[in-house]
Design a protein around this ligand. Structure first.
Ligand code: SAM
Length: 230
């Protein structure tokens, strides 16, 4: 697991709707979560993965969660649980809120060598395998296809304050799934999507943003986009 070197404080401030001073404070707090970083890095080593496909901006997720103080966070795409762990750590610091995560795991083939870059589960591990046990009290982890689980969450939850979509998606599915969950968004809800190596917002989510009246803000140097709902 790599240490995040240059978190984008301005991105955090714009999405959370706070001053640069507040955003800097929250990002500094995230950088101070050394024990969590060491735990995750150690778990990845023990899982035989020196490099794993994971969110590249976990510090911003922590900072946003501290600033927004969400009741309900929804995350799609868990894998070993780097994003989940930073979200859960911030909820724990807030002493409120629940993380609802959805994942359809893919497994490393038995007997196959550990792939260099992958999100497949190593043998004997399950979704979220790196997340510290002590943080699981605020975690509602649902195993299943996002196409099936997101509509259920949209039915069940009274609101969604923060939404992270870190999962491969074909264009039509992203639009459909954002529309499904966004009826629980409110003014100030924040949605984040990870486009990996592609540094451009996909046409489907551009269409969603126009429909919703939300402006996309790109995280510097990464294929991550955030929206703050009006
Ligand atoms: C990029 S990884 C998530 C990384 C994670 N957010 C982190 O920071 O460690 C994408 C995850 O989405 C899962 N996935 C793929 N297709 C899915 C689907 N249709 N529904 C739910 N999860 C899916 C994969 O198995 C994988 O665990």
């Amino acid at each position: 697991m790599n240490r995040e070197e240059a978190p984008d404080t301005a991105w955090v401030g714009a999405l959370a709707g706070v001053s640069s001073r507040s955003a800097s404070r929250a990002v500094r707090e995230a950088q101070g979560e050394e024990e969590l970083f060491r735990h995750l890095a150690g778990e990845h080593r023990r899982g035989g993965r020196s490099f794993y496909v994971e969110i590249e901006a976990p510090l911003e997720l922590f900072a946003l969660t501290r600033l927004l103080r969400p009741r309900h966070v929804v995350e799609v795409g868990v894998s070993s649980g780097v994003s989940s762990a930073y979200l859960l750590q911030a909820l724990d610091r807030n002493a409120r809120g629940t993380l609802h995560s959805v994942d359809l795991p893919q497994r490393q083939r038995p007997g196959a060598p550990a792939p260099r870059a992958s999100w497949t589960l190593p043998p004997g591990r399950s979704t979220g395998w790196a997340v510290p046990e002590s943080l699981k009290g605020r975690w509602d982890l649902r195993i299943g296809d996002k196409a099936k689980v997101l509509p259920l969450l949209a039915e069940e939850l009274p609101r969604v304050d923060l939404f992270l979509y870190d999962v491969p998606h074909a264009d039509p599915s992203a639009f459909r799934e954002f529309v499904t969950i966004d009826r629980r968004f409110h003014r100030g809800s924040v949605a984040i999507v990870d486009h990996g190596g592609t540094h451009e917002l996909c046409p489907s989510l551009r269409r969603w943003a126009t429909r919703r009246g939300a402006t996309a803000r790109g995280r510097t140097n990464l294929g991550l986009f955030g929206f703050r709902c009006r």
